[in-house]
Each structure stands twice: as C-alpha cells, then as structure tokens.
Write a protein that binds this ligand. Sequence first.
Ligand SMILES: [Zn+2]
Length: 230
Amino acid sequence: MPDIFKMDDATYRIENEFVRFFLVVGNEKAALIDSGFNCADAKSIADSLTDKPVILINTHGDGDHTSGTGSFDEIYMTEEDFYGCGVAERFPEVKLCKIGDGEEFDLGGRTLRIITIPGHTDGSVAILDVENRRLFSGDSVQNGDIFMFGEKRNPEQFEASLNKLIAIRSEYDSIVASHSEPVLAADYAEKVLESWLEVRNSGKEYPVIDMHGSKVHSCKGAHCGFFLAI
Ligand SMILES: [Zn+2]
C-alpha cells in the first residue's frame, strides 16, 4: 500500500515508490491524476479516500504513471500518448476519452484545465487546479532527472512547452511534480528552462550512465537534471 498524504482537505498525494499520483476531490466528482507504478488497484485506493465517483486523467503515457489504468473502464488522456506510449496495447479493454489543450473538467466547485506540454512525450499535459492555483506538472517540471532520451522525446517542443507554462505563471502559486520533491515554487518552470539551456549550451562532456538498458548522458543543471541521448 502506498503512503498517502493530505495536501489539503480535498487533495491527496499518493507516494508510490519513486513516483507519485494524486486524488483531487470536487463537490460532485473526483479525479485521479495518474495511476502510479505497479499499482494495479489504483481505483480502490481512490475509492477508499472519497465516496464521489472517480475519473482517471493521465499526465502522460509512461509506464510509471499508468499502471492502474486497467482498474478503470475509461481513461482521459491524449491520443498521442495512449497510442504512442503503449497504453492502448497494455490495456486493450480500457476506452480512451481524448483530451486536448484548454479542455476543462468540472468536478463541482473545482475545475481542472488541461494544458498540453509536448516534449517529454508527444502527448504530455500539465493539469491546472484552477481555483486552488496549483499546477500538476507530470514529469516535465521537477527537481529530479527528466528523461529526454529515446524516440518519443522532442527537445524543441519541450522548450516551447516550458515557455508555455511560464507564460501562465500568474494562474498558479505552486507546481506539484510527479517525482523528487512534491511541491515546488511557481517559478520552477523557469528554473527547469534555465537548467535545460545551461545543459544544452554548455559544450560539456557529461558522464554516461546506464538507464534501463540505454546508455545516456546524465546532465546535471543547477535546478534539475536531464538524461539525454548520447
Ligand atoms: Zn515519470
């Protein structure tokens, strides 16, 4: 059973080994943001925390964010990642409900807005908890190591997506990340961008490490790291 912490009366963070996912509860509905790693029973965890009906919204399709998909009948996520990250193959019985930029979910007095931020994956999204002024950033803004190697990553789009989050900074007071430290200051997208530019432009030879069978450069910037293709 993962460790569960209350972020406020209606928001939970569910710590699941090296990743976390979230339950946000409105007056009528609740949404699980991601479903963790090796956590096939994610829906029963959510149901143990709220009596409201729970929908599942995914920040992106990587395996450590989607393990509990099969405990739901349908999943809200981008078409790009449903097919591009193998979610459709792993969970053929689950129905895709496509989401796109600007789409809003009304949970009853609580709105979640989708912001597409391709780069880490083609179909990554951030989720703005509008009234609570929190931005759930998935993997794309965090103070750990951001995976940017492999064919589904797009460095140019990643940079544009960080700028997109920076442009709406007046709409959130904190950033909530899926890995490493859970709650970051609202200026952390700027910090990730600063580290990204530092790493990309440094001309340094970063150390090579093995990451799940791939050799990658481990590039540490001042505010976060990146695993980049060799
Ligand atoms: Zn992840």
